[in-house]
Each structure stands twice: as C-alpha cells, then as structure tokens.
Design a protein around this ligand. Structure first.
Ligand code: F6R
Length: 262
C-alpha cells in the first residue's frame, strides 16, 4: 500500500486525478471502477477540469460503478445513477453505452449481479478502481464481516452506514434504503489497481485500522493490504491516527520522478 498524505482534500484529489489521467492517456480504452458519496467529488471535479482544459479524452473509457441502492429508480435524485450523471458523466465525453451501474430496480437480483460480474470480465477487467471508505471500514457497501471472496451481490447496510448516509436523505434515516447491490470484495481485489480516498477526522480511525491494523473481515478495507497496487490518498485529518504517518510522508517526498503519477 502506498499512503499519500496531503494537507487537504483538494491537494489529495488532484494527486489522485493525475493517476487516473495518466492511465486514461496511456490506455484510452481503460476500464475504470467508480465510487459515489462525498469523497470522490473533488477528484471528479479535477477530471472534468482536465477534460475541458487539457482535452483528457474519455470517449473510449468503460466504467463500472461499485454499487447502487436497491429500490431507487434511476431517476431518483439520490440514486447513484443520478449522482454519476450529475457529478461526472454529463460533463465529460464518455460514451453512455460504456457506462455500467448496478440496476437497483431489478426483479432478479442474482441474475443482475451475475451479469454485472460477466460484463466486467467481458470488458477485460477493471484497470483502476476508485474507492472511498465508510466510517465502519466498508468498501463499496461491503460492510464488516463481508467475505473477502465475495462478488457482486445484495447486501444490507449497517445502522452506522444508514446513519452516515441520512445526510443525503434530508437527515431522515427512514428514507435511506436498507439494501444495495455492491461489487464484492473479491471483485474489488481483482481490479489491477485500486485508489482509495478519505478525508476528514471522521475517517481517521477507519484509515488507521485499514492501513496499520490486522487484515480482518471486521475492517473490509484492510484487505487492500494484500493488493499489489493500492494507493491511499488522504488529508492530514484522515491521517491523524496513523502511527507511521511521518514515514509515509518521507517515502512520498522521496519518490523518483519517473514513478510520479504511476
Ligand atoms: C460509494 C461507496 C461507499 C463510500 C463510503 C464513503 O459508492 O461505495 O463505500 O465510498 O460510504 O462515503 P462518503 O464518501 O460519502 O464518506
């Protein structure tokens, strides 16, 4: 795991965007895994800026979103479908045929999940997966005790996640769907690279457990310790509980030029 600590979320997001941009420039038909929530917003804003100002080209890129709420129409303002169109897709030159988001209204969840996994395989696998982390350590909506071998499937949100996400539903927990379809931890681990972003003191405990704690199903994100190419972009506040923060800063400051953005 490479831990990249920046002063604020803007700087961390710009650094993460450079990694995405380098991949898309070198491999125009790259397959990206995408996340929703508040964390990736500055990263998406930077990708939109790069598209507008330096012509970063998404026309051949394929995307797969991590997850979607069960029971929300695509058009619902809090569906992850709406989120992605509002915050990224409508502002870049992506081909709508190459966008994949689980269908939260499917009448056949197992078949929908199996088809999603197959579509990832058919696309050649995910080159780079963007991740956020829940305050309970989840990635995607793989809540604590999720199997490390899991693939796309239905999951039940924890009470903690329902409470965290109520801010998107007028602060009303009863409006937050209880179920979601999410890529599994095995799906995420199969991506050729992962980049995790986390900002603010509310993520500090989860980040410390993920980076420096034991690998355990109670902290789903900790499995990234076993990934060959996982980068973690965090701000000072999210780094606050890391015992080796100074070491991670020292390593990043000494990174050779040829390795930047790689
Ligand atoms: C979203 C997702 C979740 C979020 C996590 C953090 O697609 O998969 O794992 O990344 O819940 O959410 P925010 O960024 O809102 O704190």
């Amino acid at each position: 795991m490479e831990i990249i600590i920046q002063q604020n979320k803007q700087a961390a997001s710009v650094a993460a965007a450079r990694v995405v941009a380098r991949l898309v420039s070198e491999k125009p038909d790259a397959v990206l895994g995408l996340a929703t929530g508040s964390t990736p917003l500055p990263l998406y804003a930077e990708l939109i800026r790069m598209h507008r100002e330096v012509g970063l080209d998404f026309s051949a890129v394929t995307t797969f979103n991590l997850d979607e709420y069960v029971g929300l129409e695509k058009e619902h303002e809090q569906s992850y479908h709406s989120f992605m169109w509002q915050n990224l897709f409508s502002q870049i030159n992506i081909n709508p045929d190459k966008i994949h988001i689980p269908d939260g209204m499917t009448t056949d969840v197992p078949a929908c999940c199996a088809a999603y996994e197959q579509a990832i395989v058919d696309a050649g696998g995910i080159d780079l997966q963007i991740l956020g982390i829940g305050s309970d350590g989840h990635i995607g909506f793989n809540e604590p005790t999720s199997s490390f071998a899991s693939r796309t499937r239905i999951k039940t949100l924890t009470q903690e996640t329902v409470a965290d996400n109520a801010r998107f539903f007028d602060g009303d927990e009863s409006k937050v769907p209880r179920h979601c379809i999410t890529m599994g931890i095995g799906t995420i681990m199969a991506a050729r690279s992962n980049i995790m972003l986390a900002f603010g003191g509310g993520k500090a405990e989860a980040i410390a457990a993920m980076v420096e704690g034991p690998v355990a199903a109670m902290v789903p994100a900790s499995i990234l310790q076993h990934h060959r190419n996982a980068k973690v972009f965090i701000d000072d506040a999210a780094a606050a509980q890391l015992k080796r923060a100074d070491y991670y800063r020292w390593v990043y400051a000494g990174k050779p030029d040829w390795q930047q953005d790689a």
